[in-house]
Write a protein of this length. Structure first.
Length: 253
């Protein structure tokens, strides 16, 4: 019940954040701009709309996850309201979990709005919608959840600026882990060991990228989807547990 109360309060606070509306408007404009760019492209305009639409949802969803996620804890610390919160009969892990659930709910609403915008553009242009599109959107939201957890983790022990830098770095590396591992195979034992460690330790965000499946109409099996979902949920749970341990040991005096 305490977690739900914190989550709903966080959700209401996020709805008042102008950053969310700015990012959402830009995302919808990017999706709509595909109609203009389509006229400048010869053939394959269906793929162009899908590429721009999914790319916009992914890009702005990640931005919301990062820049709102790092403020979940840092804002409370800057405003000194964290002292009031930790003095109440609310566990610190409940506070973090409530903040995370609140932002996840905000991301879900914003993603739904962007998806509706994309579906409207696809319908207007008579672009066929296949089931794999919704599968890709689902795995994309799992990526948002992981990135949000990463942002929340960094915000528990460092400043908002460093949290943003670290989270962006993890996001970029997370999409290159497989390439880094292949590169490590051409190095000596030490270099290969380091890059293998990065591959297994950091989140492999490329697992959630099914945009190529959508544009080329390649379906993905239910078992593969289940494995992707399990990976996202387990990794998110690990990050939240780590964040709770760090936050529990932090001294605010």
């Amino acid at each position: 019940m305490k977690v739900l109360s914190i989550a709903l309060n966080t959700f209401r606070e996020n709805l008042r954040d102008k950053l969310l509306y700015n990012l959402l408007i830009f995302a919808l404009l990017m999706i709509g701009s595909s109609l203009l760019l389509m006229r400048l492209t010869l053939g394959e305009f269906h793929r162009l709309i899908l590429d721009i639409g999914l790319g916009s949802i992914n890009f702005f969803g990640v931005l919301i996850a990062i820049f709102v996620g790092i403020g979940l804890v840092s804002k409370e610390i800057e405003k000194k309201t964290i002292y009031t919160i930790v003095s109440k009969p609310v566990s610190r892990y409940q506070f973090l979990l409530g903040k995370y659930v609140g932002l996840t709910l905000t991301l879900l609403i914003n993603t739904a709005v962007m998806v509706i915008g994309l579906l409207a553009v696809l319908s207007f242009q008579d672009v066929p919608v296949h089931l794999v599109l919704f599968k890709a959107l689902g795995t994309m939201f799992l990526e948002f959840m992981v990135v949000t957890a990463v942002a929340l983790l960094f915000s528990t022990f460092t400043s908002a600026t460093l949290s943003a830098i670290f989270t962006l770095a993890i996001f970029v590396i997370g999409h290159l882990t497989a390439d880094l591992r292949m590169f490590g195979q051409k190095m000596d034992a030490v270099g290969q060991g380091i890059l293998d460690g990065i591959y297994y330790l950091l989140p492999n965000l490329e697992r959630f990228n099914l945009k190529g499946h959508v544009t080329h109409q390649l379906d993905i099996s239910g078992n593969d989807l289940l494995l992707i979902a399990a990976y996202g949920v387990v990794y998110t749970a690990f990050l939240l547990m780590l964040a709770s341990i760090i936050f529990q040991r932090r001294d605010f005096r």
